[in-house]
Design a protein around this ligand. Structure first.
Ligand SMILES: NC(=O)c1ccc[n+]([C@@H]2O[C@H](COP(=O)([O-])OP(=O)(O)OC[C@H]3O[C@@H](n4cnc5c(N)ncnc54)[C@H](OP(=O)(O)O)[C@@H]3O)[C@@H](O)[C@H]2O)c1
Length: 288
């Protein structure tokens, strides 16, 4: 395993396992499989509704807690200083741990300043080893970095071959904020797993398209957290440390950038309204 060193000195595995859209029913088995395959970094979130299963799997695995890098994210309806503090403590209870390696604010909406103060405090108390954000595009990222006493250590954003985030990457490098790629395969949208250029490159190195896509991100210094519910794919996705893409191949992949999201844009007003709608709906449904 290779590690990314965050600006506060914390070492984070450059490759981890993400559990978005892993159902409650499957999650414990998947995390146990991932740990058995060799993953030592797990990325969950309050909104994935599977923190308890992640905690259960870690406990059952018998692997020492401090050998695992554990990330969760605070969802918008828990933003605001008091609510965020309480929700992180609740997440730790569900995850059966008394500290988090990384805690992120999931979205750049609502009272993220109040939420950030809570994360800063938990960080200063030693309950979280690193704090960061997710889906913060340059304007909001710089705003938070410059107007807080602790700037984010990580920013987790959609990053894959079709949405390479070159400008955002440069800004994160400028502020020494580590980029973490969510959907490193773009969930396969737009035929990414079948892309002829990536496939051809893979043949050259004896690697799959999935492995080439992960390797390309890692060589850009970006942390990756691929998700799979299949053990053999978990193993495949971890097997990316025995080859190096040449500069020419890195450039060929760089040329495939479509410079737009394969999902939705966080800066689209309609999406901000949609997010607010989700928060309202959940409040009314009384869900946590
Ligand atoms: N912060 C955010 O807002 C945010 C948003 C989205 C995701 N995330 C995080 O990022 C993680 C990864 O993103 P993601 O799950 O959306 O998408 P992803 O990792 O890009 O893609 C997952 C898809 O690829 C398939 N797959 C995995 N390995 C494969 C392989 N070797 N060959 C062929 N297909 C393969 C999986 O299928 P099977 O499962 O059937 O194998 C699944 O359909 C999430 O789990 C979550 O932790 C964060």
């Amino acid at each position: 395993m290779e590690y990314a060193t965050l600006y506060n000195g914390v070492k984070m595995p450059i490759l981890g396992y993400g559990v978005y859209q892993v159902t409650k029913e499957e999650c414990e088995r998947c995390v146990l499989d991932a740990l058995r395959a060799g993953y030592r970094s797990i990325d969950t979130a309050q909104s994935y509704a599977n923190e308890e299963e992640v905690g259960e799997a870690i406990e059952k695995s018998g692997i020492a807690r401090d050998d695992i890098f554990l990330t969760t994210k605070v969802w918008i309806e828990h933003y605001g200083y008091e609510e965020t503090k309480a929700s992180v403590i609740e997440s730790m209870r569900k995850l059966k741990t008394d500290y988090l390696d990384l805690c992120l604010l999931h979205q750049p909406f609502s009272d993220y300043y109040g939420a950030w103060r809570a994360l800063e405090e938990l960080y200063n108390e030693g309950k979280i080893r690193a704090i960061g954000v997710s889906n913060f595009y340059p304007d909001r990222l710089i705003d938070l970095a410059l107007f807080s006493s602790i700037k984010p250590m990580v920013n987790q954003v959609e990053t894959h071959v079709f949405n390479q985030q070159k400008t955002a990457h440069e800004i994160m490098e400028k502020y020494d904020i580590r980029q973490e790629a969510w959907a490193p395969f773009g969930e396969g949208r737009g035929g990414l797993f079948e892309n002829a250029t990536i496939r051809e490159i893979g043949v050259k190195y004896g690697k799959s398209t999935a492995q080439v896509m992960l390797r390309w991100l890692i060589q850009r210094g970006i942390v990756v957290i691929p998700k799979s519910t299949h053990y053999e794919r978990m193993v495949e996705n971890l097997d990316v440390f025995d080859f190096t893409l040449s500069e020419e191949d890195m450039d060929k992949i760089a040329a495939l950038d479509k410079e737009q999201s394969s999902f939705f844009s966080h800066t689209d007003p309609a999406i901000v309204e949609w997010m607010a709608g989700i928060v309202e709906e959940r409040k009314h449904a009384g869900k946590k």
